[in-house]
Design a protein around this ligand. Structure first.
Ligand SMILES: *[C@@H]1O[C@H](CO)[C@@H](O)[C@H](O)[C@H]1NC(C)=O
Ligand SMILES: *[C@@H]1O[C@H](CO)[C@@H](O)[C@H](O)[C@H]1NC(C)=O
Length: 167
């Protein structure tokens, strides 16, 4: 017959083993859920164009973002920060990045959204490169976990172009 001490010890060992196993399963499940986000941005209108007094060009856009970032949300996700950036090349810079819109997604229920908006932040070029300019729209996100490291990723949408002529 086992002594009481031995049985308590065995129980304790079992408890610790189960706990360790649960931790492994939890982190595995976090690893295994490969996110499959989707995003689509449609530029609906170029509202206006202006040349600032220093010569920098500015444009106003209306666009529609349809995104589904629900797969970013796991048991370990606190919130997700998203922003939409216009990215384009100029003779001076190989990458110009202008943030047009951003938001914080607090939960999975809010991670599938359709937003119809004008640019929240000003789209100003450091020069006069915006006429007929090709650009990409990239949806970036930063996933803030409850524990562990933050991670970031993006979806790039290509093939947008500014009008050559403005009123
Ligand atoms: C989970 O992912 C992290 C970082 O990508 C990696 O270091 C770790 O080995 C992975 N764990 C498992 C159990 O696959
Ligand atoms: C848009 O993205 C594509 C693919 O990543 C890239 O080849 C191209 O240079 C980008 N265009 C601009 C204007 O940044």
């Amino acid at each position: 017959m086992h002594s009481l001490g031995f049985r308590v010890n065995a129980l304790l060992t079992l408890g610790v083993t189960v706990l360790a196993l649960m931790c492994v399963i939890a982190s595995l499940s976090d690893n295994l859920s490969v996110p499959s986000p989707s995003a689509n941005v449609q530029v609906l209108n170029f509202n206006w164009f202006q040349k600032q007094s220093e010569g920098n060009e500015e444009v106003s856009l209306t666009f529609k973002i349809a995104a589904d970032l629900q797969s970013m949300f796991t048991w370990n996700t606190k919130q997700v920060f998203v922003f939409l950036a216009a990215e384009y090349e100029t003779p001076k810079n190989s990458l110009n990045q202008v943030s047009l819109w951003d938001g914080i997604i607090p939960s999975k229920e809010h991670a599938k959204f359709l937003i119809h908006t004008t640019n929240k932040y000003r789209f100003v070029d450091q020069g006069s490169n915006l006429r007929g300019k090709e650009f990409n729209l990239t949806l970036h996100w930063h996933v803030m976990p409850k524990t562990g490291k933050m991670f970031a990723d993006k979806i790039a949408m290509t093939g947008y172009r500014m009008p050559k002529e403005y009123r």
